[in-house]
Design a protein around this ligand. Sequence first.
Ligand code: SF4
Ligand code: SF4
Length: 112
Amino acid sequence: MTYVVTDNCIRCKYMDCVEVCPVDCFYEGENMLVIHPDECIDCGVCEPECPAEAIKPDTEPGLDQWLTLNAEYAEKWPNITVKREPPADAKEMDGVAGKLEAYFSSEPGQGD
Ligand code: SF4
Ligand code: SF4
């Protein structure tokens, strides 16, 4: 089992999650984060910290696509452990439907 970052992180990217993870398993893309499924120890502390409610346990149904995406980009993007400012329009983007199709970027973020 692991936790996964899902659609609503895209362009919200508040990054409250990275500071609480005991094993530093968040990786940063240009406009979202992912969790490395092989590094996550399933502690669950990040889930309630996410203002966008974008972090889910992979035991929830329907998350296969997100588990695959988290695994793929955790290998490609830089590690992130320090919170920075969220995007200026993070609040407006919170809850927007269909972000994966409309806004996902495969480009890496800056990392720590
Ligand atoms: S706190 Fe939530 S929205 Fe912010 S970066 Fe982490 S997963 Fe994404
Ligand atoms: S569940 Fe725990 S180990 Fe996994 S990403 Fe969240 S804080 Fe890190």
